[in-house]
Write a protein that binds this ligand. Structure first.
Ligand code: NAP
Length: 253
């Protein structure tokens, strides 16, 4: 095993795939926030819980003698990505972000793009039930005041939901088109609310909505942190092993 030490900020399919690809080639630690009760098994070592801000992450990078930091967190996990940039700058540890490719709008899509969950809740006023919510727990409060609406909520873990009376579907992606078609039919989905997360693992719901002419209220992504980023697992793995971006890499902004 190489002595190269790589920290992956994960909690995503991309983070898991990078850890798998680096197995046997580098000493890998995946970091999870600890939000999911039973996270899927990961290759390599795993640490769980916040670092205590950018300063805590910088300390961890130094103490663990991390050579490379890969930010493979979810596009909406903006705090940890900002901390990763800050900690990398403080320590000089090279950092790379993996930016999940956004879905492409296609003919037949009826997207209503909004800035946040509160705006998404307002946009529902003229849109039909049932409203299928595929959001993080932190976004649900914005919908709690909408009485008389029929919500279908998909989440990984059971647990408290501020949406009284919502139908809850417990499931973990990736999701395929056949399953999404079935869900739209079984629950009579009239509107989909989603974040613009992108990526293949959750794209089937967008295709199912398109097929049925179902409007999609789409919450825009926060802007990515400046700095080097790539859009694929393969590019991130190549960078981790060589320390260089291929010319095909997305580069920085
Ligand atoms: P966030 O708002 O950016 O982060 C909040 C705090 O949680 C961070 O400041 C950090 O605490 C801690 N944290 C977040 N990700 C961490 C990680 N990978 N390892 C260690 N600590 C982490 O993040 P979030 O939106 O709550 O997401 C948390 C995790 O869930 C991320 O790993 C993300 O990839 C994953 N995830 C998020 C979503 C989503 O919808 N946001 C969806 C799928 C997966 P300290 O400041 O104390 O270090």
């Amino acid at each position: 095993m190489s002595s190269l030490r790589v920290l992956i900020l994960g909690g995503t399919g991309e983070g898991a795939a990078i850890a798998r690809a680096l197995e046997g080639k580098a000493s890998v630690v995946s970091s999870l926030a600890g939000r999911t009760r039973r996270p899927a098994a990961l290759a390599g070592a795993v640490r769980t819980g916040g670092f205590g801000g950018a300063g805590g992450l910088a300390r961890y990078l130094r103490e663990q003698r991390i050579d490379r930091l890969i930010d493979a967190t979810h596009p909406f996990a903006a705090h940890i990505s900002a901390n990763a940039r800050d900690a990398a700058e403080r320590t000089g540890v090279p950092r790379l972000a993996v930016e999940r490719p956004m879905w492409r709008r296609q003919p037949g899509d009826r997207w209503i793009c909004v800035s946040d969950a509160a705006a998404a809740a307002r946009a529902l006023a003229d849109l039909p039930d049932a409203v299928f919510l595929t959001l993080g727990p932190g976004d649900l409060d914005a919908f709690a005041g909408l009485s008389g609406r029929h919500f279908v909520l998909r989440r990984i873990d059971p647990g408290f939901s501020p949406l009284e009376g919502a139908e809850v579907v417990l499931a973990r992606g990736p999701f395929d088109l056949a399953g999404e078609r079935r869900l739209f039919t079984d629950y009579g989905v009239g509107t989909l609310v989603t974040r613009a997360s992108g990526g293949a693992a959750t794209e089937a719901k967008i295709a199912a909505a398109r097929e049925r002419g179902v409007p999609v209220v789409m919450i825009r992504r926060p802007p990515p942190e400046p700095g080097p980023r790539v859009s694929s697992v393969e590019e991130a793995v190549a960078w981790a092993l060589s320390g260089a971006l291929s010319s095909a890499g997305s580069g920085s902004s």
